[in-house]
Design a protein around this ligand. Sequence first.
Ligand code: NAI
Ligand code: MG
Length: 514
Amino acid sequence: MSEAAVSANPQATGRPTPDASAAVKRISNRVLVDGKLRAALSDESFEVINPADLTVIGHAPRCREADVNAAVDAAADAFKSWSKVPARERGRMVQLAADRVEAERGLVEHILALDTGNALRTQARPETASTIDLTRMFGGLAGELKGQTVPAASPGVLQYTTCDPIGVVGGIIPWNAPLFLFVAKVAPALVAGNCVVIKTAEQAPLCVLLLAEIMSRELPPGVLNVISGFGEECGKPLVEHELVRKVTFTGSLPVGQAIASYAAPKLCPVTLELGGKNPSIILADADLDLAIPGVIDGMRYTRQGQACTAGSRVFVHEDIYDRIVDGVVERLAKIKLGDPLDEATDMGAIISEEQFQRTLRYMEIARSTAGARILYGGERPTDPYLSKGYFYPPTLLDGLPIDSDVCRDEIFGPIATVLPFTDFDDMIAMANDTPYGLAANLWTRDLSRALEYVERIEAGFVQVNQCVAPRSNVSYGGLKMSGLGKEYALDSMVTHFTSSKTVLIKRGTPGPLG
Ligand code: NAI
Ligand code: MG
């Protein structure tokens, strides 16, 4: 792999070219600890690859316990004063941090596209905008950090609860929407008075470090720390560190389970967001003008299907089966794969060799299943540019048995499977027959059926006649094995990032001064 000059495509963006090379050079092989962008204590590093063309865009430190300790110490030290800053003042600083990001959003979205392979127009730019929005929202909620007064059993007794910072929060994030997931953890944690250490995903560390460094210009040193490294070597010691009193994680189910086990001996609370195998369900009476584009949006094809909410099991009533399949295929054919920085590109590259091979593996299963059909996609592009990187077309399958691994596992690639049904009860049973319970989408004009689905579907994020991505101010989290806890809204800040005392005070007879 060659060291590539990092440059934007100015014709593509129509904006001034952000000086990405200089920014990457500045943040490459650095951590953010105690307010400083500096070399890690570890002298090992790993390459950061642009998955669209496999060039090396920079490096990131391979941190281990020593760097974890340094970052946690900085956070613990900063906590002494940050926790005493009035909540609304903390909120104001977090909002100023969002303003800083907004001022540099062209650069941030550009590095995000390079790091992840996500298309600038359809993914990296909207993700950057949502990141700024979510940060501002939490900043504005600082005044909601309040306890309750509790009615007392007798006069002269005051009972109330407090809403206090916890201490150092350890966060571990994935690569699929790295900036949004970063602030979903960092912004509520900071506003609530905690200090944070985040371990970035090894596949997309640079965009997060850049974002954190920009935000930290408005924050006292040590309040926000970012390190990079691998799971067992860096994530595990972070979770296990005795000064880390709260852990928040987004990623795979097995790693979420491991993290909960590392945190268990110290009884450290854990928030987990762990993916899904989500149903998109189309009833016979659905408005097809909503349902057909909805299936495509719901599958998050333009993020290469790399989304925990991806509606990858498409249940379609037999009466409208062919119309749905034809309509979806017609639209999939219009999705343009290409250079993530090109404004004309709808869909970029899969994040890594590992995830790319995973997609190919599930396609092998599909190909070797009798009766399975590839309705669209299913072949690596042959175009010279696209065949270099981890590009794979949007792919739609059918004819697979419901117990196939393709229909059961979270593939996290651009593969969806269509499953016909006739009976509503059978379909609900199939939709719920998964260990996951994250998201579900239904299209119908029948209000009674919609309400019945809402009652019976086992999912934490339930939509009817649409399937938008999770967003600010909409509480989001999974049931069953999809996780623990909620994110993105007020309840996530108050429930997950504060501790509480219950206080009971009795009035006696007045003393000599009274
Ligand atoms: P992963 O769960 O292995 O990694 C996510 C984060 O956890 C990364 O920062 C990683 O370094 C860290 N990690 C890994 N092992 C760890 C350990 N033992 N202790 C502490 N931290 C650890 O996910 P990966 O390998 O990137 O993707 C594998 C699959 O996970 C995907 O195919 C997808 O199914 C699922 N996934 C789900 C996500 C979601 O949004 N819920 C996001 C990313 C992946
Ligand atoms: Mg992994």
